[in-house]
Design a protein around this ligand. Sequence first.
Ligand code: GDP
Ligand code: MG
Length: 294
Amino acid sequence: MDALPHKAGFVNIIGKPNVGKSTLMNALVGERLSIITAKAQTTRHRIAGILSGPNFQIIYSDTPGMIKPQYALQKAMMKAVRGALSDADVLLWVVDARDKTIDVDLKGVLERHAAPVLLLVNKVDLVEASVLEEVLEYWATHASVHTMLPIAALKGYNVPVVLEQLLTHLPEHPPYYPQEMLSDKPERFFAAEIIREKILLSYSQEIPYSVEVTIDNFEETERLVRISAVIYVERQSQKGILIGHQGSALKKVGMAARKDLERLLNKSVFLEQHVKVLPRWRQKSQWLQQFGYV
Ligand code: GDP
Ligand code: MG
């Protein structure tokens, strides 16, 4: 008897900000690839998480939430969303179980797309059973999709069913990437994302949105990884807040980031952080390009 045919394809996770797209991708891939916080627009880049099985490979693409762009950075982010859509074999449309408002623009895009759409009603752990019934009915009547599934990505509820469903829709294709590859992004990208996550978690108001992190040195020896990061902000006052009294705030960021980095890289990490002011970088195409957004 012949072996099972190999299936492989691109799966795009899409939806409004904060519905749980990154949480779902991490649950599906089983690695903490994409940074997750309660703040909207945590995910700025398109991040591919790769899940390989004995006869399948799924390349997930976790994109920034769909928004109406206000400035150049957001425009570049939405371009990434459209790019991810164009090559998708299956679309996972994630909505929040507490939200009964459909994004009509998104609905239109998904209806015109040739790929099957699985609608995932996420965070069902946060609603009563009777409310859930109502919500599922709402989505069943308002969204014309292939399949609808209640899930709780954070708790793993119905995540294996999502995987099962995906496998039925994937085309037959040889693997695109080597088995052991978890992402198409290099380690230094995750290093920068981890530092950015710690900043998002530690500061409020405009700092999270004004920050960009780059890695200007990543040097690996047998037992140690030396990482030097540059943290960009838009104003001198933000630099002051970021660093804190006698450097205490930035030190906290560094300690938390180092812990995660050591777990990710499985080595001791020596982390250096520099803060620089780059006025209005989010509006300037030259800097967006430099940071890999265009
Ligand atoms: P994204 O913007 O769509 O990528 O959303 P995230 O994955 O960053 O998640 C946003 C917030 O929702 C985070 O605080 C998650 O912990 C939370 N979240 C995601 N999935 C669930 C879920 O199933 N249940 C609950 N209670 N919270 C969730
Ligand atoms: Mg996200």
